[in-house]
Design a protein around this ligand. Structure first.
Ligand code: HEM
Ligand SMILES: [Ca+2]
Ligand SMILES: [Ca+2]
Length: 294
């Protein structure tokens, strides 16, 4: 239903406009690439890829921004606003916020050195959001392997795709609250790595202090995430669950030895994620402002 040439005649410069804006945002702050990739994930896993994650709360509307996995955590909205206003002046009412998220996620990965994939387009924007689905459908950092497998299988993903998509944690940062229990209480963590994290994440206080997911190449989209897991240097409890003497160990090892397979699989899994229940045809709308319905 979606197609890669959806804007070819409707707004021929849409994709290059998004790419330039993402490149300048990432040049200004490398982490923004990670934040934009995560926004697309948090959009697609909740009601599908419909930009529901971008809707602001108002006095009579509750969106997804206050959900546990999102509150004080997801970011990048200003970059999406900038992109939206640029494409609106180019082609008013044509390019959806949901497509902007999908393209910005791909361009972010490429800007940080990852491989490209072909983004399918033609999604439309929701007029609704779901706080309860955001709370129930997004995986949490304290999940065990079985919980991660269920969260992804609930969205139609295999265990292999769970391991592949988790490789997104090769970039970006997490707050102390997301990994505190792990660095003080778990044994499947490299002791030197745990100590160094404790310096910036005390057992009490410093809740919002940040540490990079990938201790080796925090701003490079590569396969170092999987090498770290083999070395017991996964940041979140959920990350290390993928290499813990379990069935997924062999795939982690394979990706740690072969960046090319990881890149190919990641692109394909992102295309599949981007296909999660999009609104097409006359469903939904093309929002003028990604933060509110028309
Ligand atoms: C497998 C289950 C997953 C869990 C439990 C999980 C959990 C988390 C948590 C707790 C954070 C840090 C939030 C904070 O401290 O504010 C985070 C950040 C991030 N996640 Fe995930 N995540 C998962 C899968 C994914 C997937 C599938 C993607 C994308 C394809 C992704 C992309 C990211 C990125 C890029 C960041 C860093 C964002 C930034 O620096 O702004 N994650 N994730
Ligand atoms: Ca959504
Ligand atoms: Ca990396």
């Amino acid at each position: 239903q979606l197609s890669s040439n959806f804007y070819a005649t409707k707004c021929p410069n849409a994709l290059s406009t998004i790419k330039s804006a993402v490149n300048s945002a990432v040049a200004k702050e490398a982490r923004m690439g990670a934040s934009l990739l995560r926004l697309h994930f948090h959009d697609c896993f909740v009601q599908g890829c419909d930009a529901s994650v971008l809707l602001d709360d108002t006095s009579n509307f509750t969106g997804e921004k206050t959900a546990g996995p999102n509150a004080n955590s997801i970011r990048g909205f200003e970059v999406i606003d900038t992109i939206k206003s640029q494409v609106e002046s180019l082609c008013p009412g044509v390019v959806s916020c949901a497509d902007i998220l999908a393209v910005a996620a791909r361009d972010s990965v490429v800007a940080l050195g990852g491989a490209s994939w072909n983004v399918l387009l033609g999604r439309r924007d929701s007029t609704t959001a779901s706080l309860s689905s955001a709370n129930s459908d997004l995986p949490a950092p304290f999940f065990n392997l079985s919980g991660l497998i269920s969260a992804f299988s609930n969205k139609g993903f295999t265990t292999k795709e769970l391991v592949t998509l988790s490789g997104a944690h090769t970039i970006g940062q997490a707050q102390c609250t997301a990994f505190r229990t792990r660095i003080y209480n778990e044994s499947n963590i490299d002791p030197t790595y745990a100590k160094s994290l404790q310096a910036n994440c005390p057992s009490v206080g410093g809740d919002t202090n940040l540490s990079p997911f990938d201790v080796t190449t925090p701003n490079k989209f590569d396969n170092a995430y999987y090498i770290n897991l083999r070395n017991k240097k996964g940041l979140l409890h959920s990350d290390q669950q993928l290499f813990n003497g379990v069935s997924t160990d062999s795939q982690v090892t394979a990706y740690s030895n072969n960046a090319a397979t990881f890149n190919t699989d990641f692109g394909n899994a992102m295309i599949k994620m981007g296909n999660l229940s999009p609104l097409t045809g006359t469903s939904g709308q093309i929002r003028t402002n990604c933060r509110k319905t028309n």
